[in-house]
Write a new protein. Structure first.
Length: 318
């Protein structure tokens, strides 16, 4: 039987469209990675634009890169994180339909990574201001300086050290820095009346995270942040994850936040055991699975081995 090649391609590319990693490989692309840079975050959902209401005028947008959060009420509109230029444009167009074309009052960045700030220029052009934690602009510039042919990053025009808060209509939005976690400059964004918290990449849901040690990450303090946030926030709080396992929602409850803390506890326990037995970093990183967390999604640039390696560096640093 003669196979219709065109049909085969259509079918197979459709099947491959499940993850961006396989799409990249199918197109023969190497993962974008500048020399000397940590791997680009691979925790991207399928590139299908999706707007979801979360609670009390807070919603989210997923397409490619970190989850974008938004608030639209009758007096104000803002976004948290900006993904990439192309997906930012798609998000902005969709939000304009919800706002009737009003301009944005604010763009917030949870941290500096390109899949959260790459669309800053697109949103900044239509927003009154851009806010981030104090280290974010410097970290954006460091990445840009090490990336060939990159243009100057669009950075915050207002920054804060520990907390930043402002009223937007009947909602109060507070950004909070709790020390190093996923990077050296991560903020969580609390929609206080909605009981919704955008965690940025301080929350990966059921997938191995990126731990950006060159940018100041700390697994041990990250665990403390997760404990503090789970304890401080009201019991019915909805947490927005920066990245979730393919097919799982971007919103979770406090139990999932604590499970992610337990994941890091298991990581550190495994690494401490290996170090005590005199194992090399390579041997520790080759651990096949983490008991209780076998369901975590790996693949692409983000793997258990990667996390174990960074944990080894952190625990053995002089
Ligand atoms: Zn990140």
């Amino acid at each position: 039987m003669k196979i219709d090649r065109r049909q085969f391609i259509v079918v197979s590319s459709g099947a491959l469209a499940v993850t961006p990693f396989t799409r990249g490989f199918a197109a023969g692309q190497a993962p974008a990675q500048a020399p000397g840079q940590p791997p680009a975050p691979a925790a991207a959902p399928p590139a299908v634009p999706k707007f979801e209401d979360v609670r009390r005028n807070v919603g989210l947008f997923t397409m490619r890169g970190g989850t974008i959060g938004w608030l639209i009420n009758k007096d104000a509109a803002l976004v948290v994180d900006t993904q990439y230029p192309d997906t930012a444009k798609t998000c902005l167009d969709g939000l304009k339909q919800k706002t009737g074309g009003r301009s944005l009052d604010l763009v917030l960045n949870t941290h500096h990574h390109a899949d959260h700030t790459g669309g800053n220029a697109v949103f900044r052009a239509e927003a009154k201001k851009l806010v981030a934690q104090a280290r974010v602009p410097e970290l954006q510039r460091t990445v840009a300086a090490a990336t060939p042919n990159s243009s100057a990053p669009v950075v915050a025009d207002a920054t804060f050290e520990k907390t930043w808060s402002e009223k937007f209509g009947d909602e109060t939005v507070t950004a909070q820095y709790n020390g190093p976690g996923h990077t050296g400059g991560d903020a969580i964004v609390h929609f206080e009346r909605a009981h919704v918290v955008h965690m940025g990449d301080l929350l990966f849901y059921e997938r191995h995270p990126r731990v950006d040690r060159p940018a100041g990450a700390s697994i041990q303090n990250w665990m403390k942040i997760l404990e503090k946030v789970a304890k401080d926030m009201p019991a019915d709080t909805i947490f927005i994850a920066g990245h979730s396992k393919d097919g799982l929602p971007a919103t979770v409850d406090g139990k999932a936040v604590l499970r992610f803390r337990d994941y890091f506890d298991a990581v550190l326990t495994t690494v401490r055991k290996g170090v005590a037995q005199g194992q090399t970093k390579e041997a520790v990183a080759a651990t096949a699975a983490l008991p209780g967390f076998e369901s975590y999604q790996g693949g692409g640039a983000l793997t258990l081995a990667g996390v174990l390696g960074v944990a080894f560096d952190e625990l053995t640093a002089k």
